[in-house]
Design a protein around this ligand. Sequence first.
Ligand code: NAD
Length: 285
Amino acid sequence: MAYDFIGKVILITGAAGGIGAATARELYSLGALLVLTDMQQEAVDQLAQEFDAERVLPLALDVTDAEASKRVVQSAVERFGRLDVAFANAGIAWRSDPKTLRICPTDEFRRIVEVDLFGVWNTMQAALPEVIRNQGQILVTSSIYAFINGLVNAPYAASKAGVEALARALLVELGGTGASVSVVYPGWTETAIAKIAFGGNDLATRMNKTVLPNYLRQPIQPQQVAKAITQGMRSRRPRIVVPGRWTPIALLRGLLNPLIDRYLQRHKALQKLLRELESGSGAGS
Ligand SMILES: NC(=O)c1ccc[n+]([C@@H]2O[C@H](COP(=O)([O-])OP(=O)(O)OC[C@H]3O[C@@H](n4cnc5c(N)ncnc54)[C@H](O)[C@@H]3O)[C@@H](O)[C@H]2O)c1
């Protein structure tokens, strides 16, 4: 039976960002009650102004804070009486310039994993009792980086692969409870986080153009991701790949990845750009 959104209480982390806000709008239009969370209270307050105050609870939440994540779930239950769905969506990438692992400072590696992997775990852990009680859903935003080569984006790719592994394990562990788990794999989407590879950083942009065929390089709009998410949620789809052009690669990754890695490893123009990137940055700690 299709999952009905009317009256369902849905928590979104990173709700003020591109994909979070677009998904919030989509879910709101389908009748959900929303717990909108992000780093800054003002950012979620601003988003909440688009909606009927009765149906929305905007709260500041840093997903790296496990106790604060539990308090947010508690507030959601106090306000709406229940929590049905947690969408663990908050994420970050490099602070500024992209780096290879050779020059990646440990504190930056740790910061990315802290938000992108531990942050998802904190949200999941806080929401699970309610989600199970209400036979609801856990959604996590992974990325195509869970299955493509993560060159010059390794802490992010490692986190997104970790998020996928976490969610797949949970999916099976929740078997028979009536609750479900979905992994969202967006391709490049026009939001703040993706700017670095689309003009924000010259070398990252050139690398993208050097190794990716044009059809895979076109960013999509967050609204397209949001639509795919709500469609996937309706049928509790375990994997939501968007746009569809990434689906064959997602499905055939076991066969394709060794070939692609080998191709990239021998790609002379790519190697030149990688050395250029490394020579332009300081050594990591
Ligand atoms: N845009 C893309 O190309 C793309 C592709 C694949 C996956 N994703 C993933 O989609 C998710 C949403 O990203 P987006 O594209 O909307 O980017 P975005 O930068 O617009 O949104 C990310 C949001 O997360 C919030 N955030 C960052 N650190 C946080 C923390 N510690 N606690 C709480 N919130 C925090 C930010 O304030 C921001 O509002 C991320 O997990 C991202 O990795 C994005």
